[in-house]
Ligand binder design. Structure first.
Ligand SMILES: [Fe+2]
Ligand SMILES: [Fe+2]
Length: 242
């Protein structure tokens, strides 16, 4: 625990190599996809500060995608092939549903960053403790940036509820966005009986089973939504992956 066993891609044993590559492809895909989702709000966000934070988020996600691709690149030709595929992907072609939905309204930006970025943090925390040094060391900065994104998401929802049209929208719009994104965030944890997730825990690339992580997430966001009087739908509502 906490000991970095592998410093180069060549040292990584084959079963772990396969999983690191798979997880980095998913990671990079989500980073690049979210740039496409945020992009329309760079100059449409309600306040000047919001626009600046949107610009920061887009820059952060681009850097996260770059870091995941650097790790892929270390795995040689196979990794490079994946990078080429990732860079060619357009809106609607991404692996996870949450990243194929457009941010039609500003509330989408708030709920997405509050929930979907928060799910990402669960995976990054596990990478931080994994035995592959280059991956583990990329995490602290990524985690601190994600923290900014999810705090921002919550503040958008809070301001929509508390300040209403003085800021943007109203509490009904915030509620609608939460109802739209919460099920997509819960889906991101993956199937409850996932073989990949079991293997990932065994190899130290995940901390909890998908179901445990999902339960922790629900426990984390419930008081947040309570504090602004927004209702979370039931965990079974509108789910695609169970
Ligand atoms: Fe990110
Ligand atoms: Fe993020």
């Amino acid at each position: 625990m906490g000991v970095r066993k592998y410093e180069t891609a060549e040292e990584v044993p084959p079963d772990m190599r396969k999983l690191v590559v798979k997880l980095m492809v998913v990671q990079a895909d989500t980073e690049f996809a979210s740039i496409q989702q945020h992009r329309p709000w760079l100059d449409k966000a309600p306040t000047l500060e919001d626009r600046w934070i949107e610009a920061r988020i887009v820059a952060d996600e681009a850097r996260h995608g770059l870091q995941a691709c650097r790790i892929l690149r270390d795995f040689g030709e196979e990794g490079q092939r994946y990078i080429d595929e990732l860079l060619a992907k357009r809106e609607g072609e991404h692996k996870l549903d949450a990243f194929n939905l457009a941010f039609d309204r500003w509330g989408d930006v708030g709920a997405f960053t509050c929930f979907v970025d928060r799910v990402g943090v669960y995976q990054l925390r596990a990478f931080q403790e994994c035995s592959y040094g280059p991956l583990a060391r990329a995490m602290p900065l990524m985690l601190s940036e994600e923290q900014l994104h999810l705090n921002f998401g919550f503040s958008v929802l809070r301001r929509m509820v508390k300040d209403g049209s003085k800021y943007y929208g109203n509490s009904a719009e915030a509620q609608e966005a939460v109802t739209k994104w919460y099920p997509r965030a819960l889906d991101m944890f993956g199937h409850s009986n996932s073989e990949t997730s079991r293997k990932a825990i065994e190899l130290g690339l995940k901390r909890w089973t998908n179901e445990e992580a999902r339960a922790r997430f629900i426990h984390e966001v419930t008081p947040l939504m309570d504090s602004i009087g927004v209702q979370l739908p039931s965990p079974e509502f509108d789910r695609h992956i169970l």
